[in-house]
Write a protein that binds this ligand. Structure first.
Ligand SMILES: *Cc1c(COP(=O)(O)O)cnc(C)c1O
Length: 382
């Protein structure tokens, strides 16, 4: 988007499982002037974390999924900026502004346009017009931003991207016709930033109406990107990542807490789904699906599973991943010892296992793997 664009760093879902209390202040200190969260509750936690450990940086915090009855007080109290698209959002905010006697124009809001995702946002027609009529000169509410979200940013030959741009342009025309001049026009996530097609266009639209462009990356901040997709070659086995120069930020590790030898024919874990063909040496790891280690990484006689890294080697998961425990095969890692580190996601002596690997085995996306790492796994900055 060029040097004029601002970056809103998305820290929703506990910073994609990385720990928002850790990541939000780091990002703010590193210069992020905008952070994005899902709910008022998340926003309050992020505001408090920033106040504690990044007191000099006081970022704006965008609550991206609207608000509900009973949340406006916390929202205003903690200076959070809401994304709105329903008349009732404005009702709640106006009522709160009235209770507090807020001055005109002192409560900034961002209006989301539904340009084709049919998830959030107001349609770019008379429905947008009637929302905009609420931003009178006397209102406490101020239209600070207009945004939309792209549905198919990683699909290189999708026609949806340009269709969504056209609708955004129409919406901005309606905004201008109402004599409103938002400070920010924003769109685009990690995938859009890489595809690089829409963002220069958005920057142009923003500058044309005296506003500033902003993009909202999430996943890329944590070192991951989606594979590029193409409708034209959907069955192609080779789907390059949007970017290969990103470094995953998170390492997830545990330790071997028990070791044992089993004989040929023994079965391993719940259901006895894996039987040893020869004597094996097994290591026990105190991690399971309650921590977010996906059960699809289980390995049976019929299906290979995931792996962890021990001593720089791959140790395959054997049997079913259970709630709190996982068994791995260390038969080929002769010096594996009690207390040795086992890497679940990350690198060890040149070998690696990523959230993408887990996602492939669990038939999902890296987002779900990362934000699925549960609360009981401590997050530590290194
Ligand atoms: C989650 C989200 C983003 C960030 O998306 P990534 O794909 O993680 O970069 C941006 N905007 C909105 C509205 C979102 O909900």
């Amino acid at each position: 988007m060029g040097s004029t664009a601002e970056v809103l760093a998305v820290v929703k879902a506990d910073a994609y499982g990385h720990g928002a209390a850790v990541c939000a202040p780091l990002l703010a200190t590193a210069g992020a002037r905008w952070l994005g969260v899902t709910s008022v509750e998340e926003g309050v936690r992020v505001r408090e974390a920033c106040a504690e450990t990044a007191a000099d940086a006081s970022p704006s915090i965008l609550v991206m999924c609207g608000l509900w009855d009973g949340e406006a007080a916390d929202l205003v109290e903690h200076s959070l900026t809401p994304v709105v698209w329903e008349a009732f959002h404005l009702d709640l905010l106006e009522a709160e502004a009235g209770r507090r006697g807020l001055k005109r124009g002192s409560l900034p809001v961002h209006v989301e346009i539904d340009t084709g995702m049919a998830r959030q946002g107001v349609a770019a027609d008379h429905r947008l017009a009637s929302l905009l009529k609420r931003f009178t000169p006397d209102s406490a509410l101020r239209l600070e931003g207009v945004l939309t979200h792209f549905a198919s940013a990683e699909v290189v030959d999708s026609r949806q991207n340009s269709a969504q741009m056209t609708i955004l342009e129409r919406a901005l025309t309606i905004v201008a016709e109402h004599g409103l001049q938002p400070l920010w026009i924003h769109a685009g996530s990690s995938s859009t930033m890489d595809a690089g097609i829409e963002l220069p266009h958005i920057a142009k639209l923003a500058l044309a109406m005296g506003a500033r462009p902003m993009a909202r990356p999430g996943l890329a901040l944590y070192g991951y990107s989606l594979p590029l997709e193409s409708y034209g070659e959907r069955t192609s086995p080779h789907r390059p990542k949007l970017r290969n120069d990103l470094q995953p930020v998170l390492t997830w590790k545990t330790r071997i807490v028990s070791l044992r030898e089993i004989g040929a024919g023994s079965t391993i874990g719940y259901g006895g789904t894996f039987a040893a063909r020869q004597p094996m040496r097994l290591a026990l790891l105190p991690v399971g699906y309650a921590d977010g280690l996906r059960r699809e990484l289980s390995c049976s006689d019929r299906k290979p599973g995931g792996w962890v890294l021990i001593g720089g080697r791959r140790a395959p998961i054997v049997g079913r991943v259970s709630m709190d425990l996982t068994i791995v095969d260390v038969s080929a890692i002769a010096d594996a010892a009690l207390g040795d580190e086992a890497v679940l996601i990350g690198q060890q002596e040149g070998e690696s296992v990523t959230a993408d690997d887990h996602a492939r085995l669990a038939a999902t996306i890296p987002y779900e793997i990362l934000c699925g790492i549960s609360d009981r796994v401590p997050r530590v900055i290194v």
